[in-house]
Design a protein around this ligand. Structure first.
Ligand code: GLP
Length: 246
């Protein structure tokens, strides 16, 4: 079982995770070490990113010694497309903190050679020393990153086809479902499980059932988030609505 933290409101969850991130960055910076963060997109991490920006502005938290790797990117979208995850990260975090642009990584959705791009992404994570702390959301299909069912525990960064439920859920950002790409590049479950610490956030009643499955089903490829049960330092941060069935 992952460690479960039930927070009174999603803002409390965002503050708690932001504090964990800030404490880790400060501790490692003091010893001259970089902090490698794995980052997620979607609506869920937005209050966390807002809190990190506030800590940067009001308490001087610096991201100069931080390196980031995002979980995923839509295939076929350029970084300038407002629906791309690169654009999302620039708008909602990177341009609002002092992280060096060269220290931020998002898979290249425009790659003509997915295999090569994905292998290079894995290698970049390895060269950076591995991910110290991975932020995760969860999709209603049980995906983490874009590891749709079925995704095995040893999957690596790769090109995947998106589940129709995911395309429907993400159509809120695109206006209509037809505009949502059919494919994506995502870190694998195996890549995610190698992070030294994982903080998963899930809010709202729409996530209650998948959180129940992720916590109580034995680890299986049809609900990829169940693999997180095998991680020794994984915490699920829930609000009262997402936590009703745990
Ligand atoms: C998206 C992302 C995931 C995210 C999930 C939930 O499609 N690829 O990384 O965790 O789906 O999204 P939301 O937070 O908007 O519910």
């Amino acid at each position: 079982m992952p460690h479960i933290r039930l927070h009174p409101r999603k803002s409390d969850a965002a503050q708690a995770v932001a504090k964990e991130v800030a404490d880790l960055i400060r501790l490692r910076s003091k010893s001259g070490l970089k902090t490698v963060l794995g980052l997620a997109t979607g609506a869920t991490p937005l209050p966390l990113y807002a809190e990190l920006i506030r800590l940067h502005r009001e308490t001087g938290l610096s991201f100069r010694d931080v390196v980031t790797f995002n979980l995923d990117e839509y295939a076929g979208l350029p970084p300038t497309d407002p629906h791309s995850y690169r654009y999302f990260m620039e708008e909602n975090l990177f341009r609002l903190i002092d992280i060096p642009p060269s220290a931020t990584h998002v898979p290249d959705g425009l790659s003509q050679d997915f295999q090569k791009t994905c292998a290079a992404y894995e290698e970049a994570i390895r060269l950076a020393g591995g991910i110290d702390l991975q932020i995760l959301g969860i999709g209603r299909t049980g995906h983490v990153g874009f590891n749709e069912p079925p995704s095995a525990a040893d999957t690596r960064t790769r090109h995947v086809r998106l589940d129709e439920m995911t395309r429907r859920d993400n159509s809120v950002f695109f206006g209509n479902q037809e505009a949502v790409p059919h494919g994506a590049l995502t870190m694998g479950v195996g890549t995610i499980l190698e992070a030294r610490r994982i903080e998963l956030l899930a809010f709202g009643s729409g996530k209650a059932e998948i959180i129940r499955r992720a916590c109580h089903e034995s680890p299986n490829a049809d609900c990829p988030a169940t693999w997180l049960q095998r991680h020794p330092h994984c915490t699920f941060h829930l609000d009262p609505d997402s936590g009703t069935l745990v």
